[in-house]
Structures are given as structure tokens and as C-alpha cells.
Design a protein around this ligand. Sequence first.
Ligand code: NAP
Ligand code: MG
Length: 485
Amino acid sequence: MPTFEPHSYYQNYVDGQFVDGGADRIVVDNPGTGAPLAEQASANAADIDAAVAAARRCHESGVLSAMRPVGRGRMVRAIGDYLLANIDGIAHLLTLEAGKPLWESVVEIEGAARYFEYYGNQAETLEGRSIPLGKDYYDFTTYEPRGVSAQIIPWNYPLEMTARGMAAALATGNTVVIKSPELDPLTHLYIARAAEAAGFPPGAVNILCGVGSEAGAALSAHPDIDQVVFTGSVPTGVAIATAAAQNVVPCVLELGGKSAAIVCADADLDNLIDSVRWGIYFNAGQVCSAMSRLIVHESIAGEVRERIVALAESLSVGPGIDRPEFGANMGAMISKGQRDRAVGMVARARKAGADIATGGVAPDEAGFFLAPTVIAGVTRDMEIARSEVFGPVLSMLTYQDESEAIAVANDSDYGLVGGVFTRDIDGAMRVSQRIRTGQVFVNEWYAGGVETPFGGYKKSGYGREKGREALMNYVQTKNIGIRIG
Ligand code: NAP
Ligand code: MG
């Protein structure tokens, strides 16, 4: 049964209606061809106002917050079911607008559905405490939704990042206003349809695309939102948190990283290569928790380099739509701008004395491609070791002893994730204790899942997404004390 119906124009979704944007339209490109794909309505500040007002009305009506949580949880889960029931069509569109291989789009949509399942299941499990105050009182806490959750979404996993915040917000009884990314907003149509199909009333879910400096800025500065959830770059995170602070609105910020894997002399190299494949070449390296630095013991640096170069050169790079099956392949980057930025960073690394072991060049094709890249001979002071590339570019550094490896890993403004590859459990635990990141992977990059809390130390942000812990971002505690007469 074909479920994919391409449109030439996609609208925003406000108060249960599909609407045009006050800021006209955005042209969305196909990164696999470099050609325009479709148009998307672009919201202005007035559209954001209307969406926030609708979300506020819906919240205050109590239609979600007053429900018995099991019912709300089932509705949240139904959003995920809708996505899975329509996965072929959604994956097709996601690949066309985001450039990733078709099989990676399927992985992303399954991941999005998983958030709705996970948080839907937890809706009825949030319970307050009773606090003993002696025989004259009963005292207890309850968790109430914050209200209107504003969520500003990056382009690297448009559906999965939306699902992550939206599922937890709805499960706890909030309403949401989502600013989708201008580079790949089209599949959000299916999130809106899924919310409708699941029975969410007008105003519960609002999804608007628009440019960050206009729609995003208007949303984060809006006086009638109750929180901002943001994933993206550090400067934008600072701008959003600064705007929200004027209204004393809390934020959850997930701001990327420059994450390091320490490879010890005794590491299982077959296992390491598998982690490198996922860690830096999945989604063409456009992942906030990408394995972008590899800190390798000098005794095995030559062999590791050789094997990673072979891996990089084994990946066939081209349009995602021609790559339906999991395998040795990679798609396009999201935009010419992001691709050219990465190429520029590689060129500057070469100038700074690093050795481009493979890749670093844009293939002679129309799409926004970058060959899988390995840079050896990187030192910790180089730009390539310090700044997020957000592309398929791995920097290799070497070390002599454990303390040096940890010092190099921690020599970063970021602190999102880190990893260690070794057969020595003591060494693995010493490194895990000393790495200053929100998550540590031992012997498998991305070990964890929807269930495990995710978020940064240092400039990688604050607050945690995913896991049970993230639910607490979306509620506030009320204490009720009762004096017994
Ligand atoms: P970005 O500027 O941080 O964009 C993320 C989201 O914020 C987008 O929806 C964007 O809108 C919006 N935005 C931009 N300026 C805003 C403002 N002043 N107020 C409110 N919202 C605003 O990131 P980018 O420009 O797409 O990418 C730049 C770099 O950020 C990348 O190279 C990468 O290093 C990093 N990045 C990190 C992540 C991550 O997962 N941690 C994700 C994406 C990017 P538009 O859609 O109009 O841009
Ligand atoms: Mg941008």
C-alpha cells in the first residue's frame, strides 16, 4: 500500500489547522541532488503568537492535564504507532529532504516511535511523595505539568529530536509549540497528522517552521511559554537561554560536543572499527554525540589508522534514496553550507600540520557530499581538535599514558559524551570516573538508548534528555500540607 504522497508545498499546523506562514515560504532542497524539493510555510512572530495562545488555551482547558494519565499515555503511544504504520512514506520524504540513506531514515523513524512508546508507558508512573510532619499534618507532593513547552529542533534528526521532547511533554500533560528546522521540516506533516489521529485536541500540538532568527527567536522570547527545550549550537543556545531568562523561563539545552574515544593498547580492534563506523559515519557524522576525536595509544596508532582508513574508503557515498539497505554506505550532508564549512575545517587542519589520511574533499557530484574523512597527526591545540565539525570527519590523536589520554579527552569546552576501548575493567572504570562528560561508553559507542539519560557537562548544555530523568523537566513539584483540626 503506497503511503507516500509528495506535495510541492507543506503548511504549518496551528490550533488543529494546517495554515500558511506570515513569513511566506522556505524552499527546501534535496541534499542528494542539490535541487529544490518542495516549499514549506514560514512562520513569523504573529504565527508564533497564535500557536502559543492556542497551546495556552488548550492547557488551561485541562483537557490533557486533568485526564487520567493512562489515557494520555495511550494517546502518546498512538503517535508512535501512526509513524510506524506510515514508515515507508515518511522515510522516503525524510531521505529526500535530509540526505540520509533510506535505511537510516527508517532507523530514525523507529527511534522517534520508540520515544512515544517509552514516555507513553510512563505517563501513569509519575508519583509524588508523602512527607511525615507528625500527627497534626498530612503532607504530600504532586507533579503538575509546566504548561506550554516550546521546543526548537535541529535538522540532524528532525523527527527523532522532536519526538524526544514532545513525547515527554505530552505524557506529563503539557501542550507543545514546536519550531521545526528550516533545512528539513517536511516530515513534520506526519507528526501533526499522527497527533490528530491519536486524538490530541486543537492546540495540544502546534508545529511551525520558520527561520531561527525570526520564528525561533519569537518563540524563545515569548512571555507566555513555560519552558524551552533546545538542541543545536552553543551560540544559538546562549541566545535562546538569554531570551528565556527575561521571562524567568527555564531551559533544557543540548548543545553538541567534541567527543573523544580513548583507545587503549589492549583494545579489541574489530569491535573498535564497528564503533567508529557508527560513531562518526552514521548520519554523515552530523550527530551531537559523534565520536569526533580518537585518542589512540601510540603503540597501536599505525594499525588503527590503517584499519579506519580502510573502513572510510569502503563506504559508498551518494544519494540516500539509492541506499535502501543497511550496509557500507553514507548519504549527503544536510546543506552546501555545512559541507563547505567542513571542507574548510579540513583544509585548515592540513595547513596546521595534520595529515589528511583519507577524504576531506567534496566528490564531483551535484549533491552535498563529503568523502568519509580521517585526519591523523592531530594535536590538541588545533581547531580540528577543538571545534565541532558536524560532518564525517574523524580526528586521530595519540597518547603515551592514561593520565595524558584523560587530559586530552577533557581538554575541550564541550562535555557531552566520551568513551574508552579496553579489555581492562579497572582501566575502563578509572577513565569513566575521570572523563568530564554526561555519558561514558565502554567498548561500544552509543551504548545506551531511549532509556538512558543524555546531556552535557560544560558548554554541551544542561539538563538531561531521554530516560526517566528527562520526564522531570516537564513537571513542577507542588507541595500540599494539611493541618488536621
Ligand atoms: P542552530 O543555529 O543552533 O539551529 C538549531 C535550531 O535553532 C534551528 O531550528 C534554528 O533555526 C534555530 N535557531 C537559530 N537561531 C535561533 C535564534 N536566534 N533563536 C531561536 N532559535 C534559533 O544550528 P545550525 O545553524 O543549524 O548549525 C550550526 C552548527 O550547530 C552545526 O555545524 C553544529 O556544529 C551545531 N549543531 C548541533 C546540533 C546538535 O545536535 N547538538 C544540531 C544541529 C547543529 P533554523 O532552522 O532557521 O536554522
Ligand atoms: Mg541554521
